[in-house]
Design a binder for this molecule. Structure first.
Ligand code: RAM
Length: 349
């Protein structure tokens, strides 16, 4: 199995947990779309209420994270709800945050479409007593209590580039397909790929960077356009699961199949068919469910006052074990996982 070394016991635990969650998938996350559906509880009271707010609904990556957040909330005896927009847009997230603050929800598990545009709404929510833990895509640190990242940005960027280089070698034209242009995680990962390429593979040229906004059709169309515009492309890296699946669908049905390599971040179920037909040889992810799970435990510890989100704070997160908060209130769940034909059948999400 072409897997990056898991860096620690925690990394192995994360992988084991991912498998465990993949197997026990029937306890699906709530997918309500109405912020008013929140089972709200006074922010200062004992009972835990957590609202899960992804960049957008209907994305299997966020559905998996929701599952983990709900699992943890339930284990902690709390009430859980999921709300969110249909498209990845920061202004849509603002109105959900405002509603949740009015409802005095205990905590929000949030993947942000923009690092600063949600700032005012989050500040108001926190002043009303709501704890805010971002996951996957952060806001500026002053707007939240903690951030739960999947793995370091550097490790994710490196893993994606290394998968492509393993397929096409260390020279030639490549393109990057991102999710939404303002999201902190996308900018960190795309910036990280450019930095890693510049210092390690000077003959690899990123000739096009385009964004599909986590929209299947937009990702599909922009992949087609980039391939037309850049006839020498040897490979594409999609740092978004929606983008990877859409780009794979396009390439698999086109004359570029077998000529243009494709990798990036994907969910196993959406990418499996393209591993099987050879469009994608390998791709990268981590455990969305573990991120959601850890974020819910962080909210509980913040509400109990066990931690404040300061560097060095320690808390326990159920089946994932013990964590120590790092600089800027950041906790990383684990390490990237490499998926290919040898292991993809082990995963179901
Ligand atoms: C998209 C989103 C998300 C990212 C995944 C891999 O769904 O942009 O933030 O982490 O891809």
């Amino acid at each position: 199995m072409n897997t990056l070394p898991l860096r620690s016991r925690r990394g192995r635990a994360a992988l084991a947990a991912l498998l465990a969650v993949a197997v026990g998938f029937t306890a699906a996350g709530c997918t309500g779309t109405d912020a008013n559906a929140t089972g709200s509880t006074s922010a200062g009271s004992e009972a835990l209420s957590i609202a899960y707010l992804p960049k957008l609904l209907g994305n299997p990556y966020f559905d998996n994270a929701s599952k983990g957040a709900k699992e943890a909330t339930t284990a902690l005896g709390g009430t859980f709800t999921e709300v969110g927009p249909a498209v990845a847009a920061a202004d849509a997230q603002v109105s959900y945050i405002n509603t949740l603050a009015q409802q005095q929800v205990g905590g929000v598990v949030l993947s942000a479409s923009d690092p600063s545009a949600l700032g005012q709404a989050l500040t108001t929510a926190r002043e009303a007593g709501t704890k805010v833990v971002t996951f996957d895509s952060d806001v500026e640190p002053q707007y939240r209590d903690m951030f739960v990242g999947p793995a370091t940005d550097e490790s994710i960027s490196k893993a994606m580039v290394d998968q492509l280089v393993a397929q096409i070698g260390d020279s030639g034209d490549i393109a990057i397909l991102g999710a939404s242009a303002n999201a902190a995680n996308q900018n960190a990962w795309i910036g990280g790929m450019n930095t890693y390429i510049a210092s390690n593979f000077p003959n690899l040229k990123v000739v096009d960077t385009f964004y599909g906004n986590d929209d299947d059709q937009m990702s599909f169309d922009k992949t087609a356009a980039s391939l037309q515009k850049n006839p020498n492309l040897k490979g594409i890296i999609a740092s978004t699961n929606v983008g990877l699946a859409a780009a794979a669908r396009y390439i698999s049905q086109s004359s570029f199949k077998g000529k243009v390599a494709l990798t990036g971040l994907g969910t196993p179920n959406a990418t499996k068919a393209f591993i099987q037909d050879g469009t994608v040889k390998s791709f990268v992810l981590f455990s969305p469910a573990d991120m959601g799970y850890l974020a819910s435990y962080a909210i509980d510890a913040l509400r109990k006052g066990t931690i404040t989100g300061t560097e060095g704070d320690k808390f326990s997160a159920g089946r994932l074990g013990d964590y120590t908060v790092g600089a800027n209130g950041v906790v990383y769940v684990g390490a990237p996982i490499i998926f290919d034909a040898s292991n993809i059948d082990q995963y179901d999400f």
